[in-house]
Ligand binder design. Structure first.
Ligand code: PLP
Ligand code: COI
Length: 354
């Protein structure tokens, strides 16, 4: 039955796939909920979004997304608490970042009410898809791409803004071993590294494949000029603990300004952990690994949450990070997921009730 919520038209799917989903064994982002939000940009403006059944998209072969890669996306999660209330985490930050990314790729910015009301309506419609199990959530993927046609290498005149969702478990299974990259670069000064542009990920796949062949799961990107400073990983920002100080690099136009990263910085400081946001050289990390002061390394991101790193490779040498009983990673992960899932007070005002 069709209806309207928050001024958004809803065309309901006549069937559901929910009974085919094993909510106790969810992989990351591989089964998709029954509905999606679709919003089209044409004639110079965004048209009203609609919630429609999850479905394939038909595009002309000349659509500019295929040729010139005008495409940006976001990653968010919805959580269900013990009372079946649904929570988002800092959703306006994702909204703002989507438009920061869009601007850089000459994609028209999505209006806030279309993003927020569209998201809330979609989640209401697919509320049953939001997992309750510990460690699971509904991963939300908003994205915008050039659907307009033509081979002229210039911005398209038509775009689609879509949100689809996937009940998901952990992004990584187990600990992560990383390779500190010395040849390839993810981004450069003045480039698009700070944008969540699809092409940033495509550019990482080949160097990451080479790292996987050598037994690592992720690459740690270093600055493109000297490869001497640690920037971020493929889908996470990076934190290092040397003695009892937590260190992460500053954001720049080469690095994604992660929402998990900035939340961790604030959370750790509020818990009395000493945090330094400063350039972190590979040399310093290697020396710390050699002299035993490197206590932890972990990645932080929406999909990855906080993922401990068990060791790293650098210039044909491998360094293990010995396991500790009590880690900043474990402590901060529990604090942040407890806030996200409404298990504890949220003194920061980050939680957002659907
Ligand atoms: N860095 C990159 C390249 C990412 O893809 C992500 C994931 O979104 C992050 C960092 C972490 O950002 P956030 O915490 O906002 O998810
Ligand atoms: C996220 O953490 O939400 C991301 O977008 C990372 C993604 C590449 C899986």
């Amino acid at each position: 039955m069709n209806s309207i919520i928050n001024d958004i038209e809803i065309i309901k799917s006549e069937t559901t796939k929910i009974n085919e989903v094993d909510f106790d064994n969810l992989a990351f982002g591989s089964v998709f909920s029954d509905h999606m939000l679709e919003c089209n940009f044409k004639d110079g403006k965004w048209q009203a979004p609609k919630v429609i059944p999850y479905q394939a998209i038909t595009l002309d072969p000349s659509a500019k997304i295929f040729h010139y890669g005008q495409s940006v996306f976001e990653g968010m999660k919805a959580y269900k608490d013990a009372n079946e209330d649904v929570w988002l985490f800092r959703p306006l930050e994702n909204f703002k970042r989507l438009n920061i990314s869009s601007k850089r790729l000459a994609i028209p910015e999505v209006p806030e009410n279309y993003f927020m009301d569209g998201l809330k309506t979609l989640l209401e419609v697919d509320r049953d898809w939001i997992p309750k199990n510990e460690g699971s959530s509904l991963y939300i993927r908003p994205f915008v791409f050039a659907s307009g046609n033509g081979f002229h290498a210039s911005p398209a005149n038509a775009y689609k803004f879509i949100i689809c969702t996937a009940p998901s478990g952990a992004y990584f299974s187990g600990k992560v071993k990383v390779l500190i990259e010395q040849t390839y670069s993810r981004s450069a000064n003045g480039g698009v590294g700070y944008a969540k542009a699809g092409g940033n990920y495509a550019g990482q796949f080949y160097p990451t494949q080479l790292a996987v062949e050598k037994g690592y799961q992720q690459v740690i990107w270093t600055d493109d000029t000297t490869h001497e400073y640690i920037e971020e990983a493929g889908a996470m920002n990076i934190f290092v603990r040397i003695n009892d100080t937590l260190i992460t690099g500053p954001t720049s136009d080469r690095i994604l300004d992660g929402i998990t990263r900035k939340s961790i910085i604030e959370l750790a400081k509020s818990e009395g952990i000493e945090v330094e946001v400063r350039k972190l050289s590979v040399h310093e990390v290697v020396e710390a690994a050699k002299n035993g002061s490197l206590k932890e390394m972990f990645g932080a991101g929406t999909a990855a949450v906080i993922s401990p790193i068990s060791g790293f490779g650098y210039k044909d040498e491998d360094f293990d990070i010995p396991e500790l009983d009590e880690t900043f990673a474990g402590f901060l992960k529990k604090r942040i997921t407890d806030i996200q899932t409404n298990k504890v007070e949220d003194p920061f005002g980050w939680r957002y009730k659907l």
